[in-house]
Design a binder for this molecule. Structure first.
Ligand code: NAP
Length: 306
């Protein structure tokens, strides 16, 4: 039986899931050779532009291996009736765990302490200053969707007081709602950014929000780089307007602005929020299941709905 041809712009992981894709489909990697494909596999941060869609006249399905759709031209997909699927929920624990890890790393000088030991400064009699407890701070979550709410559950379980903002207040939560990022930042010292990316959330965390967070404040961004203004963040770290930051996502990955590389107490990771074996396997399975459903003419498992 001939296998359907698909275009893959992102690798599934772990390796056995990539192998499964190869077994089930004829996988094309060059878009110039993919004019006949009905389905494309892409990643959240890779997406699919309208220009790429124009090269794919037979396209019926964009299967995103992730939940961020800010890099997919959704208007163009809707105009052409191309379905989009994502991998919701199965990565929420991994990303929430990463957010907590970044908060602890920035708040408890873990990355700085590691550099200090390796550089031999400890052996030479040096000392790090005192940190401020992370779990005794009030937490604010900007973007209270699947990842934000998973994180809120974790933080509450650790005894933290949690507040949040989102487009709409939620009725089914013990956490306190604030109407915007500024009022949320004024009430917390640990600001977690878990909102969707895109034009609506660009620069939601700006110099005013950082000033409201205050000199004990820590910002953690596991959402999308542009949600936090990188210039304002680097300034705030340098001037002491906030105490620290933990960043997994950036405006122009894999390039990280020098100002953030140079900023004090800024812990940086290379967009690995969902990069656990468990999450990536479950994400890949959903991609494979959505592809199978499409080619069998069955309903998609996790269609993205605006
Ligand atoms: P989700 O369930 O769709 O949640 C998105 C949240 O963002 C919702 O609470 C939504 O508010 C909020 N939001 C949207 N526009 C907003 C605005 N203008 N102001 C305030 N809040 C706004 O998505 P999710 O599964 O939690 O994922 C969230 C994001 O995490 C993804 O979009 C992706 O960019 C990022 N992500 C990163 C990694 C990583 O590796 N670091 C991995 C996976 C995902 P409402 O609830 O009111 O609609």
């Amino acid at each position: 039986m001939t296998r359907p041809r698909i275009l893959s712009l992102a690798d599934l992981k772990p390796q056995d899931m990539a192998q499964q894709l190869q077994n089930d489909y004829e996988v094309v990697r060059d878009i110039a050779a993919a004019a006949d494909v009905e389905a494309v596999v892409t990643a959240g941060n890779v997406g699919l532009s309208s220009q790429q869609m124009r090269q794919l006249p037979a396209l019926r399905l964009i299967a995103v291996n992730g939940v961020g759709v800010d890099a997919v031209d959704l208007d163009e997909a809707a105009r052409r009736g191309i379905a989009v699927t994502t991998t919701p929920d199965v990565l929420s624990l991994a990303v929430a765990e990463m957010a907590l890890a970044l908060a602890l790393a920035a708040g408890r000088q873990i990355a700085e302490g590691d550099r200090f030991v390796r550089a031999g400064d400890w052996g030479r009699g040096g000392k790090l200053g005192l940190a401020s407890s992370v779990l005794e701070r009030r937490a604010g979550i900007l973007g209270y969707g699947r990842i934000g709410r998973r994180l809120a559950d974790m933080l509450r379980g650790l005894g933290m007081q949690v507040s949040y903002t989102a487009r709409r207040e939620k009725s089914d939560t013990p956490d306190r709602f604030f109407p915007d990022a500024l009022s949320l930042a004024g009430d917390c010292e640990l600001l977690f950014v878990t909102a969707a990316g895109g034009s609506e959330t660009r620069n939601l965390v700006d110099a005013d929000v950082l000033a409201a967070l205050g000199p004990q404040g820590i910002v953690v961004n596991v959402a999308r780089g542009p949600v936090v203004n990188a210039v304002a963040l680097a300034d705030a770290l340098r001037s002491g307007a906030i105490a620290g930051a933990g960043l997994d996502v950036f405006d122009d990955e894999p390039n990280v602005p020098q100002a953030l590389l140079d900023a004090p107490n800024c812990v940086l990771t290379p967009h690995i929020g969902s990069a656990t074996v468990q999450a990536r396997r479950a994400m890949a399975q959903l991609v494979l299941d959505n592809l199978s459903a499409h080619f069998a003419g069955k309903p998609l498992l996790t269609p993205y709905e605006v």
